[in-house]
Write a protein that binds this ligand. Sequence first.
Ligand code: GLN
Ligand code: ZN
Length: 759
Amino acid sequence: MKTSVIGYPRIGENRELKFASEKFFKGQIDEAELDSVAKTIRVNNWKKQSDAGISFISANDFSYYDNVLDTAFLFNVVPARYKELGLSERETYFALARGYQGANGDVKALAMKKWFNTNYHYLVPEIEDDTKVELVGDKPFKEYLEAKEAGIDAKVVITGPFTLLNLIRYTGSKTKEDFKDAFINEYSAFVEKLNDNGVKWVQFDEPYLVKDIDDNAKKLFVEIYTNLLSKKNAVKVLIQTYFGDVRDVYKEIISLDFDGVGLDFVEGRKTFDLIANDGFPKDKLLFAGIVNGKNIWKNDYKKTLDIIKKITDSGVNSDNIVISTSCSLLHVPNSLESEKKLSDDYKKHFAFAFEKLKELSELANLADNNEYANDSKYIDNQTLLANRINVLDEAVKQRVESIKEEDYTRLPAFEEREEVQKAKLNLPAFPTTTIGSFPQTADVKRNRTLFRKGEITKDEYVDFNKKKIAECISLQEEIGLDVLVHGEYERNDMVEYFGEHLSGYIFTENAWVQSYGTRCVKPPIIWGDVSRKGPITVLWSKYAKSCTDKPVKGMLTGPVTILNWSFPREDITIKESTLQIALAIRDEVLDLEANGVDIIQIDEAALREKLPLRKSDWYSEYLDWAIPAFRLVHSGVKPETQIHTHMCYSEFTDIIPAIDAMDADVITFEASRSDLQILDSLKECNFKTEVGPGVYDIHSPRIPSVEELIGALKKMREKIEDKKLWVNPDCGLKTRGESETKASLINLVEAAKELRALS
Ligand code: GLN
Ligand code: ZN
């Protein structure tokens, strides 16, 4: 059998592209040097894949920032405000990605959004009524020829026209219908040029097809590809889908003139049934996505070979099957070879991108061998999976099993608690607060690094943080905030920090995954059953409380976010792991309460991340357990203890009832950059939870004026009852400088005061 890789991580084994790009942005290296780093990464990636014997290797999966942006750029989908800057091609590209501020003008970056159900972010292309869609670039052809020079005849990959049309923001009065013909023409020109260059296969990435597709969308899809495929000539076309199954358009896909169809057997629950029920045409190749491109566990060869057998049994000729990754390997780290510290007992159970290449070719060989059960590769794999360091903790399992229905419900009901809390906390109207972190200045980071390296003692480390906390508290008192925080100086990251205090977690040194542009994250790995080793934040919160008479908010990360930003286990469900984490955080909540912390914030920044791509699955597959898991964390507290939660975005207009069902007492969220439309929706849904829609954007150093803040608050008051309105920035302040933070918060407090005087 043949093998295929949808895409390969492009940040470099040691994040070379990140560091080179950052230098380039600072003017420390020139374009030629950046290009040479990029080329080395591409050539290395191709070589690794070809050494592993991969049959279908991608070219143009590389990007200086983002593939969707690359595709928009290739077709001249660039808003006028960027063109008017009059910059070079490369500078214009980076202006779209990162914004531009300099001699030629001042323009913000394009918006960024999560790439389907991953933690990768793409740039949202914008099209204006007079944008002339036109094939203007040559990146895909150049990279194809570069691969060829390196001895590899690659397939050329590009975001498909259907997905692109659906992801674009139409800023004028024209719609995707109006632009469809232009895209058909220009994608046809693209295909023609592929033929001119001798390209043999093109891969159109169409993940949008795994969402709910209605009749209009289906029509659009069929129209685009009927046209495009009629012009393909010699080049063979692979339609590549991932992140789910294509149940709404499977029949259309197989009746169109594609040469290859890429389907996801890992996340696509119905993929096999589609083939079994509707058949698979004899004249096409089936690119079967069975090596997980999103998680880091070794492939279970038995399971995979069983699926392949089922596929051949259902009538697909084994010569027509290509074993593929389930999605681009962009979503997993580069290679285990960079993990020097992690013990081999753990490491041998993982497969990062590089190790997945070997899995693909081993699987292809095994699948061709009728006697594979006797093959040492197969036996080794099965032996390994059967022998894993104990991951189970009977006590944790028992505890999850004994959760009762009533444990998911906090009593008394919200309205009664609200009264009790108002009486107890005695806060002014429009109480002011922050989201938790204060600027992580160089000395704060240094303190953590020195402690981690063993260069200072635990006492020295703690004393330093206490000093910072005391300063942070007195700063907040001076500013006049009502509900204070300790500042989060102990945290590197809101998930890794908690992971480090939970058993069942392991950590990597170098397992970076691109989140957007040059930003990478290093998700911790859930290895076993999760429980709390001991108090996590109590020391800090208790100390902060001792510094002031004002209320201090305890600060935790919620179970859904901790799970969503980790690599999860696959031997139990993510629901079960989330409940284990929820019980651990619940213990922390009760511990804080017992220590006199009477306001506790449980952040759920990533609540929406694993929301299924199909609306019909939202509740049954996800929200029906994720929201109760959150409630489990706080249901044990006293009525007078106030529970806050925080989300980093206001994109929950469509799940407002679920957010209300988290049953927190207060929620703060990002609202300063959105159109405040969320407020209408809250009102319509009779949202009961008190709300602090962020009044200013912390992602920029800009200091909002008092008038501007009052303006925002007045708009909020039109939709939100006075007694439910809080005043706060839209996210944590850790990335901000100290002076702008203080100035902004002073204005925020002043705005709240003036508002009180008005009401
Ligand atoms: N409490 C966290 C902070 O203030 C929240 C971070 C987040 O929402 N991403 O940093
Ligand atoms: Zn946030």
